[in-house]
Design a binder for this molecule. Structure first.
Ligand code: IPE
Ligand code: IPE
Ligand code: MG
Length: 247
């Protein structure tokens, strides 16, 4: 194994990213916020490519939160257009690299044209199995959790589910991330250190990595750096350091 590969071992199976700082990146350059979002799309392409190259199996990118609907309508519109263009331009690449697209979030709140490209790309890539790419769009963790509880409650009320059968595994099956492992590593760019309603259940035992780098400047090398930091962390899952070493 080469040194560079060694430094990435162990590799997280699932990486989740809060892609933050596009607006401030643009402001520093006296450009409109959308200029930052456009540059952010290039980062998405590069990070997806690098994650795939090194063998990350699940990548979840927080692209638009339920709270982001509160932004000025022109910015929201611009983001939706960028999303549509990104998806349309990326299908061939996803198919070539075996990347399966999924959406975590309220798809029905997205504009119809965006939803159509999204659904089409999800369908086209359904049998790809090299890497899962989850885009969190109109995503909010609390909404996700409440929806899961409502479904479970309804099934219990209808006599289809025994409340005693509800355990962590069953509960996970009601989330957007059903069938996928929890993130091992959560990266947030731009210096903010908060979760902003992202994957509250799934991030229970994730390693957190915060960087001052703003999303448009976060590219392949910056991802590799985060993966190297992750590789050096000791994950104890409640046990002692000595126990974790001999696992
Ligand atoms: C992240 O960058 C992109 C989205 C939330 C859509 P921001 O737009 O939040 O950038 P800042 O935080 O204002 O710099
Ligand atoms: C979180 O970023 C959502 C995304 C990156 C899509 P925000 O920039 O919206 O988060 P807050 O509002 O500053 O916490
Ligand atoms: Mg932000």
């Amino acid at each position: 194994m080469q040194d560079s590969q060694l430094a990435l071992d162990p590799l997280p199976v699932h990486v989740a990213v809060i892609m933050d700082g596009n607006g401030r990146w643009a402001k520093e350059r006296n450009r409109p916020r959308l200029f930052g979002h456009k540059a952010g799309v290039d980062s998405v392409r590069e990070v997806v490519e690098t994650a795939h190259e090194v063998g990350i199996r699940h990548l979840t990118l927080y692209a638009f939160s339920t709270e982001n609907w509160r932004r000025p309508s022109l910015e929201v519109k611009g983001l939706m257009t960028l999303l549509k263009t990104y998806l349309g331009g990326e299908v061939a690449n996803m198919l070539k690299n075996g990347i399966r697209l999924d959406c975590f979030g309220q798809k029905d709140r997205l504009p119809k044209d965006v939803r159509e490209v999204l659904d089409q790309t999800i369908a086209d890539t359904a049998s790809c199995d090299s890497m899962r790419l989850n885009l969190a769009l109109s995503y909010g963790s609390r909404t996700e959790l409440i929806a899961a509880i409502q479904k479970i409650g309804q099934q219990c009320a209808d006599g289809e589910l025994d409340p005693a059968a509800i355990d962590e595994q069953l509960f996970s099956n009601y989330l957007y991330s059903s069938g996928q492992p929890d993130p091992d590593l959560m990266i947030r760019t731009s210096g903010e250190q908060r979760l902003s309603n992202f994957l509250l259940w799934q991030l229970s035992y994730a390693e957190l990595y915060f960087t001052e780098t703003k999303w448009p400047d976060f590219r392949g090398p910056q991802l590799l750096e985060a993966l190297q930091v992750f590789a050096k962390r000791q994950r104890r899952f409640g046990r002692t350091g000595e126990q974790a070493e001999t696992k």
